[in-house]
Design a protein around this ligand. Structure first.
Ligand code: FMN
Length: 406
């Protein structure tokens, strides 16, 4: 707690409390945060209010505790509160509320606000071991973890309120507060930085109805942009060739179609970008000529299909890159990915490359999962184990942030 004491000063925190025997322990968390200078708004589920009185929390936090969704306070208080807090701590979290969050069920003020929020949410489960290990509850926990927004702390093994012993006891209050402090720090990792990320597969027109492209879904680039916002980047520009993905909150999106549109946009923003990640799969071959009409079979189409090698936008950026800028490329490989990737960046003005193995169906292009190797100019390699792209995005940013600090 001591090392985080300053981090909470003037921070806006929502403390969520649900219907568990451990609800009384939240009073201690509330008190500690308030004493550290944070402004704490406690939100309870109606069931939590059966365990501890809202008045207890109102007295400790010196803010009115919220229980009812349809109160007269502010018609859209669930949205204004969700968007005004720096962090949410949900402690204790019942199996019921965890599962509602995973399924997007907004039937009370607490779940509605947490689901609407765009900040990290620390979840401290507290429940009987049977509930905790239930397969539905476990898959809901995994689903929440995979979004990148929810950070679980505990539970731990120990004596449970029901008299049994097992895995389900809420993590110690100090550890929960410490995790929240770490996440507040994490939220400022990219403070003051402008970030540009490219995503998706470009489309290169052959004629007015045909094009060549690739299977890139844009999911990796979108996840990287979402994580950059989460870590407090001053500006996040996402140049995306995929319109079908949701736009990450807080990110400015520019949609492009071809590699030439991509190049124009990237060059327009590059000089102002502190970190650029070229995650898009930009066509390396393009048609020699684009026909302004539909080629007909009788026009001897095959003889007209001529392709040429495309220019490499990453290399163009490498030539322009200033000393304080950080440039990351992505490399789609099917064999010996690390060696090929290192060969691609060695001696070039590219700081890092992320090697994707595109030969596997369970990761990479189109998949929600990835497993990558991070290669830096000095030859260092770090392999990231298979995980949701959102979590891989966090780990890639961890490495970039570590390197730009040096
Ligand atoms: C005395 C008592 C203690 C309970 N403790 C827990 C608990 O620690 N964890 C849990 O997940 N559910 C617990 N429950 C069940 C929840 O209160 C129940 O699932 C409720 O619907 C949760 O509502 P909420 O998630 O909206 O707060 C308990 C129920 C009772 C009656």
């Amino acid at each position: 707690m001591d090392k985080n004491v300053f981090i909470f000063k003037n921070k806006n925190i929502m403390l969520g409390v649900t219907g568990s025997i451990a609800a009384y322990k939240s009073a201690q968390i509330c008190s500690r945060l308030t004493q550290s200078g944070a402004s704490v708004v406690v939100v309870m589920t109606p069931n939590a209010a059966k365990f501890v009185s809202p008045l207890t929390f109102s007295s400790i936090s010196r803010n009115e505790t919220v229980v009812e969704l349809f109160s007269n306070k502010d018609k859209l208080y669930h949205v204004s509160l969700a968007h005004s807090v720096d962090i949410i701590i949900l402690a204790p979290a019942t199996a019921n509320t965890i599962s509602k969050l995973a399924c997007g069920i907004c039937d009370n003020f607490l779940t509605t606000t947490i689901i609407a929020a765009k900040c990290p949410v620390v979840i401290a489960p507290a429940m009987n071991e049977g509930l905790y290990l239930n397969s539905a509850v476990q898959s809901n926990i995994s689903a929440l973890e995979g979004t990148g927004k929810y950070f679980f702390v505990g539970p731990i093994k120990g004596k449970l309120a029901c008299g049994e012993s097992g895995l389900g006891r809420m993590e110690d209050e100090d550890i929960i507060i410490e995790r929240a402090g770490e996440l507040l720090q994490y939220r400022t990792d990219l403070a003051g930085k402008k970030v540009m990320i490219t995503a998706g597969g470009t489309r290169e027109d052959i004629d007015t109805v045909r094009y060549i492209s690739n299977y890139s879904s844009g999911k990796m680039g979108h996840a990287l942009a979402e994580e950059a916002y989460f870590r407090g980047a001053e500006k996040v520009i996402l140049i995306s060739a995929n319109k079908n993905l949701p736009v990450p909150y807080g990110v400015d999106v520019v949609y492009v179609k071809s590699s030439s549109d991509m190049k124009n946009e990237v060059l327009q923003h590059f000089s102002r970008s502190d970190v650029t990640i070229m995650a898009a799969a930009i066509s390396d071959i393009i048609p020699e000529k684009r026909y302004g009409y539909k080629l007909k079979k009788k026009d001897n189409i095959i003889s007209k299909l001529k392709f040429k090698e495309n220019e490499n936008i990453l290399h163009i950026l490498a030539d322009k890159k200033g000393k304080s800028q950080y440039l990351v490329g992505f490399s789609a490989e099917s064999t010996d990915d690390v060696k090929n990737t290192l060969d691609k960046i060695r001696g070039k003005n590219i700081d890092m490359a992320v090697a994707n193995d595109i030969s596997r169906k369970d990761i990479g292009m189109m998949s929600d999962f990835n497993e990558v190797a991070i290669v830096t100019q000095d030859g260092c390699t770090k392999k990231l184990a298979k995980d949701k792209k959102r979590i891989i995005a966090r780990e890639i940013w961890d490495e970039i942030i570590e390197n730009i600090k040096e």
